[in-house]
Design a protein around this ligand. Structure first.
Ligand code: COA
Length: 156
């Protein structure tokens, strides 16, 4: 049974990291896998906030690395829910890198992740509906619905 509805703002999150030597390869660039870990981590936080349930990552797609991130840079992640179904949620995570030399900020990565809320037996569990307040949120919801259809067609 569905529980009370929530807005996009109720679960939206931001996190900031400094890129340390252990996060980089020998050329001083941030490991892609480290960034994916940070992205998955904030996605889980957002979907846990929305559902108040344990969540698992079901899918990560459309993950594009647009700019290199270097040792000493700051990494800022913005994450919010685009879509909720009966038990699944799509989160968008936009990652910005802030250069250590001049503090210039640029979009470095975009990603869409799907999480599924689960019950105590690990089975998909119902989540609150999403209240869409703005035209942008309605547009994002529809686009996410289309991505979901494509994703499920691809599922093996
Ligand atoms: C994700 C998981 C719970 C789905 O279980 P399932 O029994 O296949 O789920 P169902 O077919 O009943 O679908 C449940 C929901 O998940 C969504 N879903 C299932 N597989 C999906 C996939 N690969 N990509 C995106 N969404 C998916 C469905 O669309 C559905 O959403 P809805 O309820 O909002 O319409 C299950 O596959 C699982 O536990 N996977 C492992 C997750 C995990 O360990 N992640 C960490 C990996 S390191």
């Amino acid at each position: 049974m569905k529980t009370n509805k929530k807005t996009v703002e109720d679960s939206r999150a931001e996190s900031v990291y400094s890129v340390l030597p252990a996060d980089t390869n020998i050329y001083g660039n941030l490991f892609g896998g480290k960034l994916v870990e940070w992205i998955d981590s904030i996605g889980a936080l957002v979907t846990h906030r929305h559902s108040s349930k344990n969540v698992v990552t079901a899918n990560i797609d459309n993950l594009s690395f647009l700019e290199p991130i270097r040792l000493g840079d700051s990494v800022i992640l913005h994450a919010w829910i685009n879509y909720v179904g009966t038990t699944s949620m799509e989160v968008q995570v936009d990652t910005y890198r802030e250069k250590k030399d001049d503090s210039l900020r640029a979009l470095a990565c975009t990603a869409f992740l799907t999480y599924v809320a689960i019950d105590e037996y690990g089975k998909p569990a119902p989540i609150p509906d999403l209240i869409l307040k703005t035209e942008k949120q309605k547009k994002r919801f529809k686009e996410a619905q289309q991505r979901k259809e494509v994703r499920l067609k691809r599922k093996v």
